[in-house]
Design a protein around this ligand. Structure first.
Ligand code: AGP
Length: 593
């Protein structure tokens, strides 16, 4: 996902913009750029490369009152210098950066071309710049031009805009893509999230859809599309600190976040249980109880966590369906009369889910959002929100957020059931996770073998099937090894044709109910030459099992098992020299459909 920074009145403008873009690198990008206000025309620096290369282009002595910056994750147009942001309007009146996708950019491009506007790039962003310039030439006022342009734009955008000749104000507009204001005593800031601004300010405002306006060094003016007067805004603080983005001696954020899992579980217990009772909103619990269908919507790792949640809530007799958000967005199926929607999203900004919310709002059914990001779009759109309290997750590959999602869903199910046994069970899991951390050298050894392969399979039954899907996603997204997670029983119905000599097959064994059949599947692949790696629970372990993890209740066994899988992916990627925290082609939060 693209990253945006901007500031007015900041005395260390150059370093704010560059360091700010560096804190946004985890979101994934392929080009970067900066623009600084200047008397004739903004000074622009752009590169189809990393921010540290951009930094070398910008003179240390450069000073300016206003500046904007951008890291681009290519949607329209290849990652080239020409397509890198910032983009400039036809006559140079407006220079801007954009995060999002404009759905009707072709029609607008045609309209503006017919009016004589020239285009130098393939981007939808340049269309926005020319549209604002066109409306400004008609209306003579930037805010009026912005308002008119927002009425004509269809799609998602977070825009930060320099108006040539205005040395006081930096303009912005927001719809669907995140944009926050950071308010300081003698400078004001804009950014895609808190990180770039943490060192400069403590007061933040998360713009809502269809808001626009400007910041100057001592003023923040926010307007809503319908109204004419300034919107009343209230600032909030964040418990994030720049420490949160500190690697604390780890080589990669992913390893740090894998090993934060025990604290994640502790924070959730602290936030959702007071030692005697669960601390969930009674209205939420009543809504769940009264609903005749629970519909989970999510993507990727969060989707895999929903599969676990489905089992937890079905065990209470609830009817539960889980859909991949990008599918349900276009094929919305609702079979219950009074369903509750449950959206699970670490970032709270995933575009596929924001699309689903539009459908849900039409039906007016209640929505619970489970997210790690307070103030995110999906948090704000929900009737109920349950926060994951996992701390910022920077590595693109989600690890501790999955642990948090599964744990929170277990706590929610236990609260509905009135089951107090879960709390001691979770402390038991925490102890098990510590033992898994102590096994790192074993994972490194297995990774030596995995790193030489181009295909791999994860197998399991029940909870172990669900965790196989997540294990497989982890492996493929950071090692680029093609991997599949399969139900053990499904192998014979086709995929076993792919098993060849030394094909890696990693098998989870956590449940006595299916230990026998899954070990039969093991024999089937072994007989065809596979290289089998068994990850089993202590009480079900057999002599040749590669990894044996401490016993925990079966419904919580996914937590130690997924940690093993996260480590295997991490060490295999390390041995393959992959970019672990920022895998190719991926973004931390997918804010485009
Ligand atoms: C997980 O490792 C991936 N980075 C990706 O699948 C991610 O889980 C997915 O994009 C959903 O993101 P969200 O939880 O922020 O909505």
């Amino acid at each position: 996902m693209c990253g945006i920074v901007g500031a007015v009145g900041c005395r260390q403008l150059r370093s704010y913009l560059i360091d700010g873009l560096k804190t946004l690198e985890y979101r994934g990008y392929d080009s970067s750029g900066l623009a600084f206000s200047h008397e004739e025309a903004p000074l622009i620096y752009r590169i189809p490369g990393r921010v540290h290369l951009l930094e070398e282009m910008v003179p240390l002595s450069l000073e300016a009152g206003i500046g904007i910056g951008h890291t681009r994750w290519a949607t329209h147009g290849a990652p080239t210098e020409t397509n890198a942001h910032p983009h400039i309007s036809h006559s140079g009146l407006f220079t801007l950066v954009h995060n999002g996708v404009i759905d009707n950019y072709r029609a607008l491009h045609q309209m503006l071309s017919d009016l004589g506007y020239q285009f130098n790039t393939e981007t939808d962003t340049e269309v926005i710049a020319n549209l604002i310039e066109h409306n400004y030439k008609q209306m003579g006022d930037v805010l009026k031009a912005l308002r008119q342009s927002m009425k004509m734009l269809e799609g998602s955008y977070a825009l930060v805009i320099i108006h040539q000749g205005d040395d006081e104000r930096l303009f912005f507009a927001k719809n669907h893509s995140p944009l926050l204001i950071g308010h300081g005593p003698d400078a004001n800031f804009l950014a895609s999230d808190y990180l770039p601004m943490l060192k400069h300010v403590k007061d933040f405002y998360a713009l809502t859809d269809h808001q626009f306006g400007y910041i100057s060094k001592d003023e923040v003016a926010v307007f809503d599309l319908p109204g004419n007067s300034k919107a009343k805004i209230s600032y909030h603080q964040t418990d994030l600190t720049s420490e949160d983005i500190n690697l604390e001696g780890y080589p990669h954020y992913m390893l740090k976040e894998i090993e934060e899992a025990d604290n994640v579980i502790r924070h959730l217990i602290d936030n959702y249980h007071d030692g005697r009772n669960y601390l969930f909103n009674p209205k939420l619990l009543d809504t769940i109880t009264a609903s005749d269908q629970l519909i989970f919507l999510a993507c990727g790792t969060s989707y895999h966590a929903c599969l676990i949640g489905k089992r937890y809530l079905e065990a209470l007799g609830k009817r539960v369906d889980v859909y991949i958000a990008s599918e349900w967005a276009y094929y919305p199926v609702i079979t219950g009369k009074n369903p509750l929607f449950i959206i699970v999203s670490q970032s709270g900004e995933t575009a596929d889910l924001i699309h689903c919310v539009k459908n849900i709002k039409q039906y007016k059914f209640p929505l619970l959002t489970i997210t790690n990001t307070k103030g995110s779009t999906l948090d704000r759109e929900a009737n109920f929100t349950l926060l994951l309290f996992a701390g910022i997750e920077i590595a693109v590959a989600s690890t501790k957020a999955y642990v948090a999602q599964v744990t929170l869903l277990a706590l929610l199910a236990a609260a509905l059931k009135g089951d107090s046994q879960l709390i001691p069970d979770l402390y038991h899991v925490i102890e098990a996770l510590k033992k898994v951390i102590d096994m790192k050298s074993k994972f490194e050894k297995i990774a030596d073998f995995l790193a030489t392969k181009e295909n791999a399979f994860y197998l399991g039954r029940g909870f172990d099937y669900d965790v196989s899907l997540e294990a497989s996603l982890k492996l493929k997204e950071i090692t680029y090894i093609h991997s599949e997670g399969l139900p053990g029983g499904e192998l014979k119905h086709g995929p076993i044709a792919l098993i060849d000599k030394d094909t890696p097959v990693i098998i989870f064994v956590s449940d006595s109910l299916t230990a026998l059949p899954i070990r039969s599947n093991l024999q089937e692949v072994l007989a065809r030459g596979a290289h089998v790696i068994v990850i089993s629970s202590q009480s079900l372990a057999k002599g040749k099992d590669a990894i044996v993890v401490p016993d925990v209740p079966v419904h919580l066994s996914v937590l130690p098992k997924v940690m093993v899988a996260q480590y295997l992916a991490y060490y295999t990627a390390l041995k393959r020299g992959a970019n672990i925290d920022k895998p190719r082609n991926l973004a931390k939060s997918v804010t485009v459909e």
